[in-house]
Design a protein around this ligand. Structure first.
Ligand code: ADP
Ligand code: GLC
Length: 474
């Protein structure tokens, strides 16, 4: 079965968040199960691309409005990621360094989708499934069905996965001119609330859609930035499939980015060594409990709550608690988090920016990882924390509900709280410190969480079953 995954991000080519981790891992596991899964990304002028070798396998040009763009399809030569990787290179639009936030982002992603369709159409390929991830590639299901240009491919089943239902990629009808000729009798399928809405269109036109956790699938009906009614209507075609983690990249016993291996059966020695190295790096005492935060500093992650919550906890437990914060995003939140350093120079450290290796070291060396998310479709941080023997402190939402059981409940191992509020974060912090006092209990929880299996094996199989339901003869 030949599957194309299309997305804006893929680890290690270009990563902003968890979307990259999923697109970089799922196809690899699907291939291990006998599929022929490939990934198609926009070209990015980044380290991985500069350091890898590519062949140009296709060249053409297409029209975006009245402007003609030349494009090439580049294929990574060695399949070293465990899948075929294709990049679409289009000078002037798809040749940049950053993944998002260019003023002509809409044009970029429309051009990406059209070039992909032109490529597989003109090169006479016949994929069995086209699997699109998030709104950046949300127009594909519509275009396949309702543009005469792609008639040959019109019956190709499409699967659309929602990693983040808050962002829709909507744009005004002034950009309609960028689309190829489409069947105007069905143009309403592009629309939501008077705008072209790629996420809404994908939900309406794909064969099946998935959300990255069962709880998030339910939440979309009452928390999706204006698409609630649509999700209610279309629920029958939706399925929640929890993300897995790439256990080769996130392997506490063999991770080259961390100070010492952590063994699942006997984690304490490895944890201690990693904590000592991390604390030394930041100039913290390793004898105190260490709570960390890693993530994009946006309201969905509850990042705006952190400055006040940290301040309250650092005051309440003065000199008895250390905190490390790794993240970047909203400038006001960054400034507020930085400003706290002056007040608590001994117990509070930050790294504003993106640092993959440091993230691994923080998962490995912390005692607790805080995630006060307002919205968390799946969340991978808590899964990495669990695998590295770090107790997740999570708000009960989305995928955090499906993956973390409170240590007060039978078989539990995490700390859960109900509200995204400073009060709930403080209460969770109090519980974390109490737990830390009882090292024997903490050690037991560590073993319990490290024995959990959040690998891709099961979830990759669920996607395969979904594909098979759409393409039964393969
Ligand atoms: P989201 O995709 O919403 O950002 P996830 O929990 O799914 O959230 O995934 C976040 C991913 O990005 C994880 O791999 C996490 O380690 C990583 N990450 C987030 N912020 C940073 C950062 N500042 N430095 C390094 N890694 C980060
Ligand atoms: C999104 C979500 C996150 C999820 C990730 C991968 O970025 O915010 O919760 O884990 O996608 O699916």
């Amino acid at each position: 079965m030949r599957v194309f995954h299309l997305a804006a991000e893929c680890y290690p080519v270009a990563k902003v968040g968890g979307l990259a981790d999923v697109v970089g891992a799922l196809p690899k596991y699907q291939n291990q199960e006998g599929l022929q899964a490939a990934v198609v990304l926009p070209y990015y002028n980044r380290k991985f691309v500069q350091e890898s070798e590519f062949d140009v396998v296709f060249e053409a040009s297409n029209l975006l409005g009245t402007k003609r763009y030349e494009f090439q399809i580049w294929k990574e030569r060695t399949n070293k990621l465990g899948f075929e990787l294709f990049l679409i290179y289009m000078p002037g639009l798809l040749d940049r360094e950053e993944v998002y936030c260019y003023p002509d982002e809409r044009e970029q992603f429309i051009a990406f989708q059209l070039a992909f369709l032109d490529w597989i159409n003109w090169s006479q390929q016949k994929p069995d499934i086209i699997h699109c991830h998030d709104h950046h590639v949300g127009l594909i299901p519509f275009l396949l069905k309702y543009s005469a240009l792609y008639k040959r491919l019109a019956n190709t089943p499409t699967v659309f996965t929602i990693h983040n239902g808050q962002y829709h990629g909507a744009f005004g009808y002034d950009k309609f001119k960028y689309l190829p000729e489409v069947d105007m009798n069905h143009a309403g399928l592009l629309d939501w609330n008077g705008a072209i809405n790629p996420l809404a269109s994908a939900i309406k036109c794909c064969y099946k859609y998935t959300a990255v956790s069962p709880s998030y699938l339910n939440e979309l009906e009452y928390q999706s930035n204006g698409l609630e009614y649509l999700f209610w209507l279309e629920k029958a075609r939706g399925q929640g499939i929890i993300n897995g983690i790439d256990t080769e990249v996130w392997d506490p016993a063999g991770d080259p980015m961390i100070a010492a291996p952590i063994q699942a059966g006997t984690p304490d020695e490895g944890k201690q060594k990693n904590k000592a190295a991390l604390c030394e790096h930041f100039g913290l005492s390793p004898d105190l409990p260490l709570i960390s935060f890693i993530g994009r500093l946006v309201t969905e992650k509850g990042a705006d709550l952190l400055p006040q919550a940290f301040q309250n906890s650092l005051d309440k437990h003065a000199g008895k608690l250390n905190i490390i914060m790794l993240g970047a995003g909203d400038k006001e939140t960054e400034a507020a988090l930085e400003a706290l350093k002056e007040k608590y120079p001994v117990n509070y450290k930050t790294f504003i920016g993106y640092n993959e290796a440091l993230a691994h070291q923080i998962y490995a060396g912390s005692d607790f990882l805080l995630m006060p998310s307002r919205v968390e479709p799946c969340g991978l941080n808590q899964l990495y924390a669990l695998r590295y023997g770090t107790v997740p402190m999570v708000r009960r939402t989305g995928g955090l509900i499906d993956t973390v059981v409170d240590f007060g409940d039978e078989g539990g191992y995490g700390i859960c709280f109900r509200q995204s509020s400073t009060a709930d974060i403080e209460h969770a912090t109090d519980r974390a410190l109490e737990l830390y006092e009882n090292q024997e209990h903490l050690q037991l929880l560590r073993k319990r969480m490290m024995a959990l299996d959040f690998s891709w094996n099961q979830s990759a199989q669920q996607y395969i079953n979904l594909y098979k339901s759409l393409k039964p003869n393969i």
